[in-house]
Write a protein that binds this ligand. Structure first.
Ligand code: MG
Ligand code: MG
Length: 577
C-alpha cells in the first residue's frame, strides 16, 4: 500500500521534513498548513521540491470550522476556501481535509451541514479539488465517524467524501466495524495514529500524546482491516501530534514512522510473527577491570577467554556474562538473545529497518549478527554456536544460587522512548507488560516492561533523563533460587557491595506484610502481588553505569518490584553507596 505521513508528525522546517520523509521511503505527504505558511518558498517551489524527492502531495490540511454556520459566515468561509483552492492548485494537490466544526456557534443541523458542504464541494470541483470531511473527536456536533459519513451521504456530491482518522475513532471508543458499511470510494483518506490509554480531555490527548501505530494501546491494525474491507485503496497516512516527536531528530522519527507502517502491513498480511527470543544467551559488559571482582563476589567464575578479543566469559548456572576490556567505563553494551531461528530473526529485523551492524569476525568464529537497539545496545541473535568461540578455562565450572538472567534494564534517551516500545514489540516480538511512572527524588522515571510470552526474555526500558538529573544506570537482574542465602554470604564477605536500604522502608514493609525480619538485616527488598506471588530482590552498588540485581520470583510473580524502585533510586541518587 502507498505510505504517507503528515508533515506535522516530525520536527524541522518544511524542507527538512520533506527530505527526511523521502529518505525514510514514504510515497507521499500531507502538507500541514502551518508548515507551508512558515516556509520561505512559494508553493510552486515546494511542489517541485517534493516531486524531486519522489513525494506526491496527497492532502492539504486542515480547513476548520466551515460547515453548520449562518449564511453571512458561510459567505466568508467560502471566500477563505477559494484562497485555499488557489493555493492547492499552485501546490499541485487535489484533496482538502475539512475538519468538523468545533465552534460554539456551530448549528446542530445535519441538513444545513450537508448543504453547505455540498456547496463547498461544487466550488472545489471547479478547481479539480475534492473534499475529505473528518469528524474531530471534539467536534461541536459532528464528532463520530458515522455521523460525518451520514452528512456526506446527505450532501451527495461526487467530490465530497469522508476522511477516517484512527485517533478520532478509537479515542471515543467507537466500534470501527461500522467502517465496512461505507463504500470504499467514499473514504477519501485514512489517517493513522496510535495513543497510550489516558484518562484526559480528548483534545489534549490528541494534540500531545498521539504516537505511531504499535507505540500505544489502540488496535490500529484492526481499524485498517475494516477500512480495507470497505474497499479503501488510498494511502495509509500517519498523522501524529506528539510533544517528543516535535523535538526529536527528524530523520529518525520519519524512519520510525515507516517502521510502524511496515510492521502494521505485515500484521495485516497475517505474516508470521518474528522468531521470538527464547532466552538470554549472554549480556556483554564493557569493563575496565572492576567488574571481575563484583562477579566473583556474586559467585560467578571465569570460564573462558576469547582467543582474539579481550573478552572473558563468566558463568554461574545458566547466567553468562561477557566482560569486554574495551577501556570504556563499565556499561551494558550488548545482549545475546537465544533465538529458535537466528537467520530468520535477522531477516525480520532488516525488514523493519534495523540493519545488521558491521562487525569484524575471525575466519573460524561463529557467525553472529547484531542489530542496534534504540539506545545503541547491540542485540545479537544466537544459537549456542557462539560458546565454542571461547577457549574454556581448565578450572572454570560454575555452580551457585544464580540460575540465569531474569531481566535487563536499559536506559533510553527520553525522545527514544516510543521508538523503543515499537522496536521491542515489532523487531523482537516482545509484548508490553505495562508502563509506569515512578517517583524519583528529582523527577519521574518512566519505565516500561516488555517480555516474551513465557517470561523467558524480559526487558525493562527506562527513560534516561529525569528532571535536571541524568539517570544513566542500566542493570542486569540475575535470577536466583535463594536470594537470602546469597545476601547472608555477601553481607558477611563483601558488605560494601550491597546497596544500603533505609530502615524506614522496613518499618513500613513490616506493617504491610509480616515479613521475615531478616530482610531488614540483609537489605533484601520485598514485593507481593494480588495473587500472593512474592518477589525478593537486592541490588549491588553501581560500577560505572551498571549495577546488578538479584531476584527471586515465588508463586508466579510476574512484575519487577516497581513499588521498591523509588527507594532504590533515592539511595542511588544519595551517592552514599
Ligand atoms: Mg486527522
Ligand atoms: Mg529490575
Amino acid at each position: 500500500m502507498r505510505k504517507s505521513i503528515a508533515t506535522v508528525s516530525v520536527s524541522g522546517t518544511l524542507i527538512e521534513k520533506l527530505e527526511a520523509i523521502a529518505a525514510a521511503g514514504f510515497d507521499g505527504v500531507e502538507i500541514f498548513e502551518n508548515d507551508l505558511l512558515a516556509c520561505s518558498m512559494p508553493p510552486e517551489e515546494i511542489r517541485a521540491r517534493a516531486a524531486d524527492l519522489g513525494l506526491t502531495i496527497d492532502l492539504y490540511q486542515p480547513f476548520r470550522d466551515f460547515e453548520s454556520v449562518p449564511d453571512d459566515l458561510l459567505a466568508r468561509n467560502l471566500r477563505r476556501a477559494e484562497h485555499k483552492f488557489q493555493l492547492m492548485e499552485r501546490l499541485g494537490t487535489d484533496l482538502l481535509l475539512v475538519c468538523s466544526n468545533v465552534s460554539p456557534g456551530a448549528i446542530g443541523d445535519d441538513d444545513l451541514a450537508a448543504a453547505q458542504l455540498r456547496t463547498l464541494a461544487e466550488r472545489a470541483a471547479e478547481h479539480g479539488i475534492r473534499i475529505a470531511y473528518e469528524a474531530l473527536a471534539w467536534g461541536r456536533h459532528v464528532n463520530e465517524y458515522l455521523h460525518a459519513w451520514r452528512v456526506v451521504q446527505l450532501a451527495d456530491h461526487p467530490g465530497l467524501g469522508t476522511c477516517l482518522d484512527s485517533f478520532h475513532i478509537l479515542s471515543r471508543g467507537s466500534d470501527p466495524i461500522g467502517i465496512e458499511a461505507i463504500p470504499g470510494e467514499k473514504i477519501f483518506f485514512l489517517q493513522l495514529a496510535d495513543a497510550p490509554l489516558l484518562a484526559m480531555d480528548v483534545l489534549q490527548w490528541s494534540r500531545h500524546y498521539r504516537c505511531f501505530p504499535g507505540q500505544g494501546n489502540f488496535d490500529v491494525a484492526g481499524l485498517v482491516r475494516h477500512t480495507l474491507n470497505a474497499g479503501y485503496a488510498g494511502p495509509l497516512s500517519l498523522e501524529v501530534f506528539n510533544d517528543h516527536f516535535r523535538q526529536a531528530d527528524t530523520r529518525r522519527t520519519a524512519r520510525d514512522g515507516m517502521r510502524s507502517l511496515i510492521a502494521l502491513e505485515a500484521e495485516l498480511k497475517g505474516a508470521t510473527r518474528p522468531p521470538v527470543p527464547s532466552g538470554f544467551a549472554f549480556a556483554e559488559l564493557a569493563d575496565t577491570g572492576a567488574l571481575g571482582e563484583v562477579l566473583s563476589a556474586l559467585g560467578f567464575v571465569r570460564t573462558g577467554g576469547h582467543p582474539t578479543k579481550p573478552v572473558e566469559l563468566w558463568e554461574q548456572g545458566g547466567a553468562r556474562l561477557l566482560l569486554n576490556a574495551t577501556g570504556a567505563a563499565p556499561a551494558l553494551v550488548a545482549l545475546g538473545l537465544e533465538s529458535p531461528d537466528p537467520a530468520g530473526a535477522v531477516k525480520h529485523a532488516e525488514s523493519l529497518l534495523s540493519p545488521v551492524l558491521p562487525r569484524e569476525r575471525a575466519p573460524r568464529e561463529a557467525r553472529l549478527d547484531a542489530i542496534a537497539a534504540p539506545d545503541g545496545t547491540q542485540i545479537f541473535f544466537c544459537d549456542d554456536s557462539w560458546l565454542s568461540d571461547f577457549a574454556p578455562d581448565p578450572d572454570g565450572r560454575a555452580g551457585g544460587e544464580i540460575t540465569g538472567i531474569d531481566h535487563v534494564a536499559l536506559t533510553q534517551p527520553w525522545h527514544y522512548f516510543d521508538e523503543a516500545e515499537l522496536f521491542y514489540r515489532s523487531v523482537l516480538g516482545l509484548r508490553p507488560q505495562g508502563s509506569l511512572e515512578l517517583p524519583d527524588p528529582y523527577g519521574l522515571l518512566r519505565s516500561k516492561a516488555m517480555s516474551a510470552r513465557d517470561g523467558a526474555v524480559r526487558m525493562v526500558v527506562n527513560i534516561a533523563q529525569v528532571g535536571a538529573g541524568d539517570i544513566p544506570w542500566q542493570h542486569v537482574a540475575l535470577a536466583c533460587d535463594g536470594v537470602l542465602a546469597v545476601a547472608r554470604r555477601l553481607r558477611a564477605e563483601h558488605p560494601g557491595l550491597l546497596l544500603p536500604i533505609p530502615g524506614n522502608y522496613y518499618d513500613d514493609l513490616q506493617a504491610r506484610y509480616e515479613v521475615d525480619p531478616e530482610l531488614r538485616r540483609l537489605g533484601v527488598l520485598y514485593d507481593r502481588d494480588e495473587d500472593g506471588g512474592e518477589f525478593l530482590h537486592l541490588y549491588t552498588v553501581t560500577v560505572g553505569r551498571v549495577f546488578f540485581e538479584l531476584v527471586q520470583r515465588i508463586g508466579g510473580y510476574d512484575g519487577y518490584g516497581a513499588a521498591n524502585a523509588p527507594i532504590r533510586l533515592a539511595v542511588q541518587h544519595s551517592g552514599d553507596n
